[in-house]
Write a protein that binds this ligand. Structure first.
Ligand code: F3S
Length: 394
């Protein structure tokens, strides 16, 4: 693998042990994937933040790197942590978990990473230009960055995204190369797509059928960022997809795999993501809610309140939360009995500590992961049905 003089210096330790460790990791990764060189990146988005996910070993690994003097040299933001940094007690988090989560965040902070704690970095200032190379690791954000923003990133792991942030580089392979960014399958959609949930279900279904590759949703015209956001998350949850195309004038090779998604296929996915019994915890915000979604939710909750024994938990970033507060959306949601949490989500927090047993969400990604991450039952359905499950008229 070719390294520039500066990269050689990093690898030899001339820029310190933390940079050397980062460059060693990246060159090893580059060798595995056959990269011929490094590429400079514009930003990093780093996963592996929740104490529940990385545990003591991950925490100490990050602290060691920070103690070695690791410092990021590009804009670097963080994925959700394992708790709301203010309202952690309301989530049932205990003191020990809190302390350890804070140690993780302090290590990142020491390295210069912005403590954004969100899977929607593009809504809070980490929004790369079209064509920019980045190193992002949250799977839904990776799909969104490649497909909607036109940036270029592989699906990084937490350590490789951090190493990229510390060196300002990532190995140039996979989706950094133009030749690898072409559709590998054409998806014909023969089902009506209207709601946000329809797009989540579509993404989940195509991920389930294809497993990997770059689907081209021929003829699907969608410009609504929230629909593209939730579809990105679902595509990466049921499959290993990191990029897609929508629209109607893309040239493709003649012999591409063709997939037809009709109502029956969507229903199969819906059945797969349904559990018996009544849900008692409604979750909205996977990926983290945009300001428009919080506005729509505030309107939908007018004259409603959360039923006894149930809860409505909404997940967003601190940046969007602040905007929603200014615009009165938080007051409307909390007035109906809902809670709006930041910095974390239903999948990376210890949801089992909530005391609820059956989560319902409009996000297929959330329903896909929650049973395995926290043991709750999970169901995915339309937003209005999610709300109907736990709300009643006032
Ligand atoms: Fe984001 Fe958590 Fe969903 S990280 S995409 S809200 S699983």
């Amino acid at each position: 693998m070719y390294l520039s003089r500066e990269e050689e210096r990093m690898l030899s330790g001339e820029e310190g042990l933390a940079v050397q460790k980062a460059m060693q990791l990246l060159t090893a990764l580059g060798e595995v994937f056959g990269a011929e060189r490094m590429v400079k990146i514009e930003s990093a988005q780093i996963a592996g933040v929740s104490y529940g996910n990385i545990g003591d070993a991950g925490m100490e690994f990050l602290e060691d790197w920070a103690d070695l003097g690791g410092k990021v040299r590009v804009k670097s933001t963080l994925n959700p942590a394992g708790m709301d940094l203010d309202k952690w007690k309301e989530m049932g988090i205990d003191d020990e978990y809190y302390q350890r989560q804070m140690r993780i965040l302090k290590a990142f902070e020491k390295m210069g990473v912005e403590i954004t704690c969100t899977c929607t970095p593009y809504l809070v200032g980490n929004r790369p230009r079209s064509g920019a190379h980045v190193a992002w690791s949250e799977s839904s954000a990776v799909v969104f960055a490649n497909s909607v923003l036109g940036a270029r990133t592989n699906r990084e792991g937490g350590p490789s995204a951090l190493a990229a942030a510390i060196t300002g580089r990532t190995p140039c392979y996979g989706l950094h190369l133009e030749d690898n960014r072409v559709p590998t399958a054409i998806v014909k959609v023969e089902a009506r797509l209207e709601s946000i949930f329809d797009f989540s279900l579509l993404g989940y279904t195509v991920g389930r059928i294809l497993g990997s590759g770059i689907p081209y949703f021929k003829g699907v015209l969608v410009r609504d960022f929230d629909k593209l956001k939730i579809m990105s998350a679902a595509l990466a949850a049921s499959g290993g997809i990191a990029m897609f195309y929508v629209g109607d004038r893309r040239r493709t090779a003649d012999k591409l795999e063709k997939v037809c998604v009709d109502q029956r296929e969507l229903e199969l996915s819906r059945e797969k993501l349904s559990s018996e019994g009544k849900p008692d915890l409604a979750c909205i915000g996977c990926p983290h809610c945009s300001i428009q979604e919080l506005r729509d939710l505030a309107r939908a909750l007018k004259d409603k309140r959360v039923k006894e024994g149930c809860a409505l938990w909404v997940w967003t970033s601190q940046g969007v939360y602040d905007q929603a507060k200014d615009r009165g959306y938080l007051r409307a949601i909390e007035g109906a009995g809902g809670k709006v949490f930041t910095d974390t989500c239903m999948v990376v927090c210890p949801l089992e500590k909530s005391g609820y047993s059956h989560m319902v969400s409009n996000s297929c990604k959330a329903a896909h992961y929650v049973p395995s991450t926290s043991g709750l039952k999970a169901t995915a359905t339309e937003t209005y049905l999610v709300l109907e499950s736990v709300m009643e008229g006032r």
